[in-house]
Design a protein around this ligand. Structure first.
Ligand SMILES: O=C(O)c1ccccc1N[C@@H]1O[C@H](COP(=O)(O)O)[C@@H](O)[C@H]1O
Length: 221
């Protein structure tokens, strides 16, 4: 189970999340209480192991500006979290090398998400970064055979149920592992990563493969 910890604002929190087993870190460039500047992110990213995927999170930003910010910060890719068109997404993907495209759960566009050409499809609540949980049955609209990242109000207490229900490729969290906006709580980060990884192992031992995770694995992902 791939685990992304989002809304990182400090080197301490970045290193903490990595030490706890996170696979990816997100840095929010969109207006937010967690917003960070490219220069600050660059200083953090330099200290991280190269295998950690680092993503800049944007919302309705001009595609060329997304590319500039990702490159300035030395990030591994972009996460687009607004109303980007497939053309915007493909422009960014071609220039930054890795793209996560977010869709609100239940949105019609989710069924057409292949058009955005993203490496990973993120399913989130309609208000990103709010800690709001959505009805997980709405995630069923996602295309099969794709890497699905699930977000939206996940916490150490509910991430296991969410994984069992949605069967995603990975999970993404911000609010649910914070002590205050923009500050991570070490105990929550540890508990979240452990619960997500344990639930992922349970999925692997489950002999009734039906979800997107299994579709992707069967295709050799
Ligand atoms: O975290 C933010 O402030 C944010 C702002 C704008 C776009 C996306 C943002 N975060 C993304 O929201 C989800 C998780 O939210 P939460 O766990 O419910 O707080 C995740 O995809 C973040 O990358």
């Amino acid at each position: 189970m791939f685990v992304k910890i989002c809304g990182i604002t400090s080197e301490d929190d970045a290193l903490l999340a990595v030490a706890m087993g996170a696979d990816a870190l997100g840095f929010v460039f969109a207006p937010s209480s967690r917003q960070v500047a490219a220069g600050h992110v660059r200083d953090i990213v330099r200290r991280l192991p190269p295998e950690i995927l680092t993503l800049g999170v944007f919302r309705d930003e001009a595609p060329q500006r997304v590319v500039e910010q990702v490159q300035t910060a030395g990030l591994g890719g972009a996460q687009l979290h607004g109303h980007e068109t497939p053309e915007d997404a493909r422009f960014v993907r071609a220039r930054v090398g890795f793209l996560v495209q977010a869709f609100p759960a239940g949105a019609d566009a989710l069924r057409r998400s292949d058009e955005w050409g993203a490496d990973v499809i993120l399913i989130d609540s309609p208000t990103p970064g709010s800690g709001q949980v959505f009805d997980w049955s709405l995630a069923e609209g996602a295309p099969s055979g794709r890497r699905i990242l699930l977000a939206g109000g996940l916490t150490p207490d509910n991430v296991g149920d969410a994984i069992a229900r949605v069967r995603p490729w990975g999970v993404d969290v911000s609010s649910g592992v914070e002590s205050s906006p923009g500050r991570k709580d070490p105990r929550k980060v540890r508990a979240f990563v452990a619960a997500a990884k344990a639930a992922g192992e349970d999925l692997e031992h489950d002999h009734a493969p039906t979800g997107a995770l299994y579709d992707w694995q069967e295709e050799g992902g």
